[in-house]
Design a protein around this ligand. Structure first.
Ligand SMILES: C[S@@+](CC[C@H](N)C(=O)[O-])C[C@H]1O[C@@H](n2cnc3c(N)ncnc32)[C@H](O)[C@@H]1O
Length: 310
């Protein structure tokens, strides 16, 4: 039996997807790049291309540290380092820089060793070490000028006592004149169950793809949230739940209180400036410049940095 309804289902969809895939391959071939597909894409590579901007992150922490301390930092520790991408950018930045990354996920660290550490020069490789280690027990990873906890990783601590215990562990092991930098996400939209799609340019070998940020579940009573990352490709294939996070959505004021309670002497929030249009009016889009301030704006969604001095 062939009805309009059955014809609309798998066969027609498959033909449509094949056509779309062919068009996407042709477009990528024209630009000299292959297309990413669910079959050939690597989730860590997609994450690095869509979520991270390690150059901008290191620009910020390098400048903010100098602003706070009046000197350049050399020793960096990257907590929750994942693939160690940020640590590698730090050692590329200056010959005097050293980095140590801590993470408890063996396969992710191994991926970072192969794809991020190995391509560095031998001299740079000698200045970066990735450890399979819990951030609560950093061992000999002490005395850093800068400790980083980026991409909201510290939100995996859902109880105030556990969060403060982590902040205390950082405080104890940070260098005497060191700064702990964290990022933070807030605003009314951070509490919505919603998805946000963003086109990503791709890389030298592979063409564009779509990054999907899925604020899947939020419980306003406990602040617990589940966020997921999915990817969609030009041939219409998808990588669903490439990353899943179980977090507590902490308030920015509460984080500052916890840092102070953990022993940090001074906590500074760095707020992003507004992009201006040609008439000099604010566009509502961030300009990538973060400055120390005590007054933010009631943006529906914002990302800011926090610097906590020992
Ligand atoms: C959101 S990813 C952050 C990756 C990277 N920091 C970034 O900026 O994109 C969180 C990472 O934290 C790691 N992780 C979770 N609990 C940890 C712990 N107790 N100690 C060290 N790493 C941990 C996970 O394995 C994962 O790689």
């Amino acid at each position: 039996m062939t009805t309009a309804a059955t014809e609309r289902t798998p066969a027609r969809t498959a033909r449509k997807e094949a056509k779309a895939g062919k068009q996407a391959s042709l477009a990528a071939e024209v630009s000299g790049r292959k297309i990413f597909t669910a079959a050939n894409a690597d989730r860590h590579e997609l994450y690095q291309l869509s979520v991270q901007n390690v150059e901008a992150e290191i620009d910020f922490v390098d400048e903010a540290f100098e602003e706070l301390k009046g000197r350049k930092a050399t020793k960096l520790r990257e907590d929750f380092c994942g693939t160690g991408n940020t640590s590698c950018e730090w050692v590329r930045r200056r010959e005097t820089n050293t980095a140590v990354g801590l993470d408890i996920d063996g396969p992710t660290l191994e991926w970072g060793q192969v794809h991020n550490v190995a391509p560095l020069t031998a001299e740079q490789q000698a200045r970066v070490t990735l450890h399979n280690r819990d951030v609560m027990t950093p061992g000999d990873a002490t005395g850093a000028d800068i400790v980083l906890a980026m991409n909201f990783s510290y939100w995996l601590f859902k109880q105030r006592a556990d969060l403060i215990a982590y902040f205390r562990a950082v405080h104890e092991t940070l260098g005497d004149d060191g700064v702990f930098f964290l990022d933070h996400y807030g605003g009314s939209e951070s509490m919505e169950e919603t998805t946000d799609k963003r086109p990503i340019e791709g890389c030298e070998e592979h063409g564009p793809f779509t990054y999907i940020w899925d604020q899947h579940e939020f419980n306003p009573i406990t602040g617990e949230m589940e966020c997921r990352i999915h990817f969609k490709f030009a041939d219409k294939t998808r990588m669903k739940d490439a990353f899943v996070y179980h977090w507590r959505l902490w308030g920015l004021a509460e984080i500052q209180d916890c840092l102070t309670e953990a022993g940090f002497s001074k906590v500074t929030v760095f707020w992003e400036g507004d992009e201006l249009d040609e008439d000099g009016d604010e566009t509502g889009e961030g300009n990538g410049e973060f400055t120390a301030t005590e007054e933010g704006t009631a943006d529906p969604a914002f990302v800011c940095y926090i610097g906590a001095e020992k």
